[in-house]
Design a protein around this ligand. Structure first.
Ligand SMILES: CC(C)c1onc(-c2c(Cl)cccc2Cl)c1COc1ccc(-c2ccc3c(C(=O)O)csc3c2)cc1
Length: 229
């Protein structure tokens, strides 16, 4: 049984998750008709930059996040941004966006200078997230759990982060049992996705390097959050 305060916690997180989304006029740019590798890279850079801004706003609504040490807040954001964006872009693929974002997003990612070796794990991940058919509470809580990962580089007070993460893990575990009574392993499978995210995050570091080698430019916000340039 989910307690009253756990219900309140979920409500706050889910409302923040739904409130902070890429503005539609930015997302709609995906539908414009230039498909060169350069154009795709520029559009994806714009999406990622907008998504990071959305992510920063979302984290401010995670109960307890703003009471963490300031530097730890930054360390958590920097350490989780890529994983949170894999989760978010995965929702776009699994949501089968009504306005055709799914197809164009896939097309642009496939033709943006990312080498084949990263494509397979990336799209396998998207497929495995899609197969979970997560409800929006699960998506919001899983993203929150990713952000509240204690062992990110440079986090000083890991215990404080662990306490926040455990609170979310507890309510997610209960929700999974309620939402998926026929699948007792569902919660474990959700957490398994977080392990896959870590691997993708390592691949992503290499993707960044290969883009930079080919002189691709990022925005100041992405340079700051990814420690590039
Ligand atoms: C700098 C750039 C080239 C880059 O580097 N690595 C990655 C990157 C890639 Cl290629 C894959 C996964 C993660 C990252 Cl960081 C990217 C692009 O990152 C993206 C981030 C976020 C979206 C994204 C999110 C939400 C939505 C919604 C919605 O919510 O309604 C509608 S459209 C859309 C689009 C797409 C791409």
């Amino acid at each position: 049984e989910i307690t009253k305060e756990q219900q309140a916690l979920v409500k706050v997180v889910v409302e923040a998750y739904n409130r902070h989304q890429i503005p539609q006029d930015v997302a709609k740019k995906l539908l414009q008709d230039q498909y060169s590798a350069e154009e795709n890279f520029l559009l994806l850079t714009e999406m990622a930059t907008s998504q990071v801004q959305v992510l920063v706003e979302f984290t401010k609504n995670i109960p307890g996040f703003l009471s963490l040490d300031r530097e730890d807040q930054i360390a958590l954001l920097k350490g989780s941004a890529v994983e949170a964006m894999f989760l978010r872009s995965a929702q776009v693929f699994s949501k089968k966006m009504p306005n055709g974002h799914t197809e164009v997003l896939e097309e642009r990612i496939r033709k943006s200078g990312i080498s084949e070796e990263f494509m397979t794990p990336m799209f396998n991940f998207y497929k495995s997230i899609g197969e979970l058919h997560m409800v929006e509470e699960e998506q919001a809580l899983l993203t929150t759990i990713t952000i509240l990962t204690p062992d990110r580089p440079y986090v000083k007070d890991q215990q404080a982060v662990e306490r926040l993460q455990e609170t979310i893990l507890d309510v997610l575990r209960k929700m999974c049992v309620l939402q998926h009574p026929q699948d007792p392993q569902y919660f474990a499978r959700l957490l398994g996705r977080l392990t896959e995210l870590r691997t993708l995050s390592h691949y992503h570091a290499e993707m960044l390097t290969s883009w930079r080698v080919n002189d691709h430019k990022f925005t100041p916000l992405l340079c700051e959050i990814w420690d590039v340039q």
